[in-house]
Design a protein around this ligand. Structure first.
Ligand code: ZN
Length: 139
């Protein structure tokens, strides 16, 4: 199997079976963001405690890139400190700009979005969820 095919499968898997989709019933940090170029929108909720992202959930609509990215991000940042989560966001930005980076363990799926660097118009789709995360942590 070609790497491109593998990546496409991972993306479609997250798109069709999004992880952490839904919102918390109780109060959580909520960030709404959209990407007008493509029509993607996301509502991200974070549960934070002592500088750690305890849990992240999202709802929204959009293309497969934006939604799979949100699914992967909410999975990857769970249990991470703010600093670690922001480092991941930086790493993700570097990846979609074409830099070679690696993600470990449960965050490995994220690498499936590395191909986005070849499609500059889709970069905003891929970074939408990560920008929401950044905003949520900074607030
Ligand atoms: Zn999009």
């Amino acid at each position: 199997m070609q790497l491109d095919d593998l990546y496409r499968r991972v993306i479609m898997d997250h798109y069709k079976k999004p992880r952490n989709r839904g919102l918390f019933e109780d109060d959580a940090v909520t960030i709404d963001l959209n990407n007008p170029t493509c029509g993607d929108r996301i509502s991200l909720q974070l549960k934070v405690e002592d500088g750690i992202v305890q849990e992240a959930r999202f709802t929204g609509e959009g293309c497969s890139i934006s939604m799979s990215s949100a699914s992967m991000m909410t999975q990857a940042v769970k249990g991470k400190t703010f600093e670690e989560a922001l480092e991941m966001a930086d790493k993700f930005s570097a990846m979609v700009k074409g830099e070679e980076v690696t993600f470990e363990d449960e965050a490995e799926d994220i690498e499936a979005l590395s191909g986005v660097s070849k499609f500059p118009a889709r970069i905003k789709c891929a970074t939408l969820a990560w920008n929401a995360l950044r905003k949520g942590i900074e607030s």
